[in-house]
Structure formats: C-alpha cells, structure tokens
Design a protein around this ligand. Structure first.
Ligand SMILES: Cc1ncc(COP(=O)(O)O)c(C=O)c1O
Length: 399
C-alpha cells in the first residue's frame, strides 16, 4: 500500500480557525463518522441480529491498536477508560508481599491516576508514595531512581506528563523498576498516536490509554489496555462475561473461562457506537509510518519552541527541549495564560489550558501546518501587546 500523506486536513472535520488542542480532544475524522453511521445502519436494519457483526468488534481493532503501542495483537484490547482500566488492572498486578507493599506514582500525575492508585493503597493498608518534582513541572532521573525501592510493589508512570509534556524513557524505567523487583505500568494517554512505543520489547507489565486525544476517536471513546504476553495466563482478579472465552461466552456457564489475551480484562457489553468511532479513527493511521509521524511532530513542536523563545519572552517554556524528552505538545506558563487562552478562542484559535497558568499547544501532523504554529504564536503576541487578555470574558468549568 502506498504511504498516505501525513498532512490530510481534508480527512477531518476542520473547524474554522486554528485547532491546537488535539492533545485534549482530537478532531473528528470523516472515517469515524462513516463508521458510526454504518453501525447505526446495522442497528436499524438488523436490530438484535446486528450482534452477528458487533460481537468481536473490540478484538477486531487489536491489530491496528497494537501497532500504535508496539505490542502483539493479543496483548491489547480496546475497552474502558483509563480510570476504569486502572481499577481493573491494579488488583491483578498489585500483589503486596511482606515489606514490598507500597504503590508508587508521581506528584505530577493526572489526578485520576492518583485517585485510582490511592484507592488500592487504602484498600490494602499501604502507602501511595509519590516521586517528587524539583521544579514543579518535570521529573529528575535521580528522583525516579531513588523512589523505586524494595518497599514498592507496583509503579505507575506516565509516558508523557500531561502538563509539561515531558516524555519519560519507558525502556529505561521499566528495566530499572524490574531490577528492583517491582511491577511497572504506564499511562500512555499523552503518547499514543503521537509517539511510537514498543511496550512488548520494553517489557512493560501493563499500560493504559485513552483514544479521544491523538487517536481522534471522539469524546468518551473507549480507551485501551496492554498486558504483556507473559501475564496472559493469569486470570484477571476482576472478571465479567465479556472477558470470558469468546467460544463459550454464550454457553452462559456459571464459571468464568478466561478469554484469550488482554481481551480477558473486558467486563460488560462494549459501547458499539463509540467503538465504531474508534474503528473509523484508526483508519487514519492505516499505513502511516509512526517514525515519520513522530519526526513531523518534532519539527512542528521544535518550530513552536523556537518561536516562543523569540517572541514570547514573558512565558516560561516548561516542556523539556531535548527531542527525546518531549511528547507531542509544548507547554508555556505565564500567570495570565487563562485569559490568553480565552482571547485565543475568541479569535478562533483553540489552545488547551491547564491550571496553573499553563497553555498547552499541540500541533498535529495530520491537520496542523507551520502556518498554524506561526499564526498561533503571532496571535498570542498580539493578545499580550494589545492588552486584549485583560478584558476578555467567558470560560467555563472545563476550559
Ligand atoms: C494522563 C491522563 N490520564 C488519565 C486521563 C483521564 O482518564 P479517563 O480516560 O479515565 O477519563 C487523562 C485525561 O486527560 C490524562 O491526561
């Protein structure tokens, strides 16, 4: 198959203006809409008989998904959200024993990861320890290394930190944690679809991700999980009928028979219409060279860094500058950035904003160009120079 062009805005529903928020909610690929419409048509036409087409849909997405995370198809499954998947995986993978009983995360994690980890620490009378950050934005390798001790049963790390965009070295920290006898899981929310992974070869025990960001599968789309093949013989601690062996699921036996692969971690009936959006969204990645996608992303974020340095001296770039240490977005911090973000939106430029004062900008190779990057930086400059940010109103609880 010939390689498709990376830059394909015509494959997406492009809102007017500039969209730089694909790290929060990716734009809708037309293929996602078509896939949902087709599944809706199945429902209209076939009603319950439609299950002949929908049964096994989650598993059917595994080959495409597994390529994005560097896994074997049987090691991944599209299911749940990051939060539910963490709750699903932790009771299987967190096995406290003697002194080795605590959980480890980082103080810069997305809150839901900490809530899930603390739930399981509390249920087991253990501690949730947090790797500290020296600068409030990034993690220092010495601090990661120091926190991984013989008292830790399980470590959960983000591949890319959601605020600063720091990319961690998954292979290095997985090997390091294993050498200390810990189980290691990864939250790949901010890397899947933007950064190539090799979860199988890197030997991660498990990983979770969502698909509404770089994967463009839509709001609340099913996320996914990876379980390394060496764990696929283990019966999940939390079980549901959708994780039963597919061949015997409808025999309705009282005893659970472990399904094949990571699919055994599914619980109940999958949301077929949302899965259809993911099914369509994955088509965008068909034939895409992930190394080329990453190289283009680095070019765009590199340009953004250069322009921010030249034109936005009041803002602090909190994303690491080294290519090997940054994900798909660049984060700029300034005390007035919430207002800057609202003023950008008023001009038709959609950035992403996170407290405290962090503007996240994600130029997406599929639908953003150099002109978008330049236009965004220029607009920020004008908003500051004109004082527009002081008077802009609006905003909501989520933006
Ligand atoms: C790193 C990270 N983890 C988890 C989540 C959210 O998890 P869920 O898919 O359960 O809503 C996000 C959402 O932005 C995130 O950035």
């Amino acid at each position: 198959m010939p390689k498709p062009d990376l830059y394909r805005p015509e494959a997406f529903a492009m809102p007017p203006g500039i969209y730089m928020d694909g790290n929060s909610l990716g734009l809708m690929p037309h293929a996602a809409k078509r896939a949902v419409e087709s599944r809706l048509a199945d429902w209209a036409e076939l009603a319950v008989v439609g299950w002949d087409r929908w049964f096994g849909l989650s598993e059917a997405l595994s080959p495409a998904l597994s390529r994005l995370v560097g896994a074997r198809p049987e090691e991944v499954i599209a299911t749940g959200s990051i939060t539910t998947n963490l709750h699903l995986l932790l009771p299987t993978f967190y096995r406290p024993q003697g002194q080795r009983r605590h959980l480890l995360a980082t103080e810069l994690d997305f809150p839901t990861d900490l809530y899930a980890m603390r739930s399981w620490a509390d249920l087991n009378g253990a501690e949730l320890r947090l790797i500290p950050s020296r600068d409030g934005h990034t993690l220092h390798p010495d601090d990661i290394a120091a926190a991984i001790t013989g008292e830790i049963a399980l470590v959960l790390l983000p591949t890319v930190l959601y605020r600063s965009g720091q990319l961690l070295d998954v292979a290095r920290w997985t090997a390091h944690a294993h050498a200390q006898g810990c189980v290691v899981g990864w939250d790949a929310a901010h890397s899947i679809g933007a950064v190539p992974h090799q979860f199988h070869d890197w030997d991660a025990d498990f990983a979770v991700w969502c698909s509404y960001k770089y994967l463009n599968a839509g709001p609340g789309a099913p996320g996914g999980l990876f379980v390394h093949e060496r764990h696929l013989g283990t019966v999940p601690a939390l079980r549901g009928w959708w994780g039963n062996d597919k061949a015997s699921q409808f025999k309705m036996a009282n005893d659970y028979e472990r399904g094949e692969g990571a699919g055994a971690y599914q619980l109940g009936t999958p949301p077929i219409l949302s899965l259809a959006a993911l099914e369509g969204a994955l088509e965008v990645y068909d034939g895409v060279d992930l190394a080329q996608l990453r190289a283009r992303s680095l070019e765009l974020t590199g340009l953004l860094l250069t322009l921010a340095d030249e034109q936005l001296p009041e803002m602090q770039v909190i994303t690491p500058r080294a290519e090997a240490e940054r994900g798909g977005h660049i984060s700029l911090q300034w005390e007035h950035n919430r207002q800057v973000s609202l003023a950008l939106r008023a001009r038709g430029i959609v950035p992403d904003y996170r407290e405290p004062g962090i503007l996240r900008l994600a130029p997406i190779p599929f639908y953003n160009s150099e002109a978008d990057v330049r236009g965004t930086v220029q607009a920020i400059r004008e908003i500051i120079d004109s004082g527009e940010y002081r008077t802009v109103g609006g905003g909501s609880a989520v933006s």
